[in-house]
Design a protein around this ligand. Structure first.
Ligand code: GCB
Length: 598
């Protein structure tokens, strides 16, 4: 009876939760779907004046470039032609594909032709893994939607808009920085524009599984619970959830588009040393989706982080989505793997994916390799905390991030922000985001990276009121680089007003690979190594430290870094150069990770 009651209560609680979950119906796990890739070369027109969108009275045109008009007779006047235009590779940023677009920020029109064959009872979606920053999408000349935010996926259902045979999709991509955007006008990474991640035409049965959540409830290791959401299904439709390796199948039914479930099971837990995942098969009468899902718990206890109930020290590194060797945005799984192999070589069990959600491929590869993940939205520096539209934008990016990655055991921390200035509107803004994140997912920990340390009697004091809101406090501190000389770092003391874990989410200094000198000479590898040595000493003395993710794995392009012959548009705080060369500091951190806190 007790067991029955337990299962009943669990089912009840997940039913209630399922109905409250305000996800956007983004198709989950696109790799398990039938899809046609729209990657490859797209025709493009650079349009700094947005001539293809506005007329000379600055009114939106109804015959803009999205019409993809063709001359019908020699006397026709059409001042653009995609078919004779230049081309850009998708996925990819435009800045590193064409010299002329290196600094370009504005509108570029993209066009791709494709064919489609309709099938009975089939639904179709155009799915974009990410476009930076604003995308307006047109299919066969008709506007089908707009998306804002450069690092999260979005989709449009196009079932009734596709034509049999030839179709064309046009995307107006605009990466102009704006004060009200997230991020805002200044950021320390390159504002790479373009259709930066893959594009797919996904087909599903008309009644299909669009979303699901399968995980251990908070603090529980003997039940797997969740929900499956089905589009165009009806109450009473059968849904089954099977985990063959555990010999478990549950059969349930749809109610208001969702089916909640609970499975009594004791799966082997996912961890960095054993990144075990299970095949999970979800089925309805018309659709079937398979995913690889890991199970683990994550919690805090005082200043400790507990993975599967045991204390873990996060040996991490921060990573930007910058491609190794060729630079520009990461576009392939191979590039993700190179970055992750480097983090492995460093001895990491944890990565901070800064400062925006990285690709799904990166998260999935990291999960396979056993990295715990910090995933973040670009609420960076001084965005407009008192602007409602800015909040709606940040909330949407947060929702899309959680929606996409909620079934990834590796993701343990959702980060709300990086280095935001203290103040009431910021506290409300980030407080509300944290509330939203917890509403969407109450199993993971909430964090934010702070650079607002106060001065205590005996050194730095963590007292930012945002410390109240988060579960884990991230601290960015640059002793020996932006603040204080390297010889002051080892003895720097830290205190915290909160009995919570702290992660040193950034620490580091710059060096040009191959540039040598003495340890007091900026930009030399010796200087950077000294920053790491002295900061490691400092961190050894912080008893509430639960991990670190130094800044940063690899040098990355940033328009804040013009110093000629040293930076040449790269932030040089990488432990590895953009050409893959390890700097001295790499080995200092590697040594620390090897010897300490095992
Ligand atoms: C920071 C920022 C990071 C920068 C870094 C730097 O505090 O969070 O985005 O790139 O410092 O190198 O200055």
């Amino acid at each position: 009876i007790k067991t029955l009651l337990f299962v009943f209560l669990l089912t009840l609680s997940t039913t209630i939760k399922a109905q409250e979950t305000p996800f956007s119906d983004l198709l989950q796990n696109i790799d398990s779907r039938e899809k046609t890739s729209l990657n490859g070369l797209w025709d493009m027109i650079v349009d700094p004046l947005e001539n293809g969108y506005y007329n000379h009275r600055l009114q939106p045109k109804d015959d803009g470039y999205f019409m993809n008009a063709q001359m019908q007779s020699p006397s026709d006047l059409i001042e653009y032609n995609f078919d004779t235009s230049k081309q850009l590779m998708v996925p990819g940023d435009w800045n590193t594909q064409m010299d002329k677009l290196y600094y370009y920020e504005g509108t570029v029109w993209y066009k791709k032709d494709f064919t489609y064959t309709a099938k009975n009872d089939q639904a179709a979606f155009l799915y974009f893994e990410a476009v930076n920053y604003e995308a307006i999408v047109y299919l066969n000349g008709e506007r089908i939607g707009k998306h804002v935010g450069g690092y999260t996926p979005f989709q449009f259902e196009v079932t009734d808009k596709l034509k049999e045979g030839n179709n064309f999709v046009v995307v107006k991509v605009d990466n102009k920085r704006k004060r009200e955007n997230v991020p805002t006008v200044n950021q320390d990474w390159w504002n790479y524009g373009g259709i930066t991640r893959s594009v797919h035409l996904i087909t599903t049965p008309k009644s299909h599984i669009n979303d699901y959540s399968v995980q251990l409830p908070k603090g529980v290791t003997n039940a797997i619970t969740g929900w499956v959401s089905v589009a165009n299904g009806k109450d009473g439709d059968a849904v089954s959830i099977a985990i063959p390796e555990l010999k478990k199948t549950v059969n349930t039914v749809l109610k208001n588009g969702k089916a909640a479930f609970s499975i009594k099971a004791k799966p082997e837990l996912w961890s960095p040393t054993s990144p075990k995942t299970y095949e999970v098969v979800l089925k309805t009468a018309t659709d079937e989706i398979t995913d690889q899902i890991g199970f683990r718990t994550i919690a805090t206890e005082g200043s400790k982080i507990l993975l599967n109930g045991k204390q873990i020290f996060l040996k991490g590194i921060s990573i930007h989505e910058e491609a190794p060797f060729k630079t520009g945005r990461v576009v392939s799984v191979e590039e993700c793997k190179i970055l992750l192999e480097w983090a492995k070589e460093l001895g990491c069990n944890f990565i901070r994916l800064a400062h925006y959600p990285h690709s799904e491929a990166m998260v999935r590869e990291a999960e396979k390799m056993g990295f715990l993940i910090w995933s973040e939205i670009p609420v960076y520096w001084t965005i407009q905390f008192d602007n409602e539209d800015t909040y709606a934008n940040a909330k949407n990016q947060l929702t899309e991030m959680i929606s996409r990655d909620k079934n990834r055991a590796a993701v343990v921390l959702w980060s709300m922000a990086n280095e935001t200035p203290e103040g009431e509107s910021r506290l409300n803004f980030i407080g509300n985001l944290a509330e939203q994140a917890r509403k969407l997912d109450d199993t993971r920990l909430i964090t934010a990276a702070l650079d607002t340390q106060g001065q205590g009697d005996d050194g730095n004091l963590i007292e930012d009121p945002l410390g109240e809101v988060v579960d884990v406090i991230g601290i960015n501190n640059y002793c020996g680089w932006y603040a204080g000389a390297t010889d002051t770092c080892a003895s720097l003391k830290w205190a915290s007003a909160y009995n919570k874990p702290m992660i040193m989410s950034e620490v580091g200094g710059g060096a040009l690979y191959g540039h040598h000198g003495n340890k007091n000479e900026r930009w030399t590898e010796e200087y950077q190594a000294e920053v790491f040595k002295t900061n490691i000493e400092m961190m050894r003395n912080i008893d509430f430290l639960s991990g670190l993710s130094p800044w940063i794995l690899m040098d990355f392009r940033s328009s804040r870094r013009p110093l000629r012959r040293i930076q040449d548009d790269f932030n040089r705080k990488g432990l590895i150069s953009e050409q893959g060369m390890r700097k001295q500091a790499f080995y200092i951190l590697q040594d620390y990770y090897e010897k300490e806190n095992n």
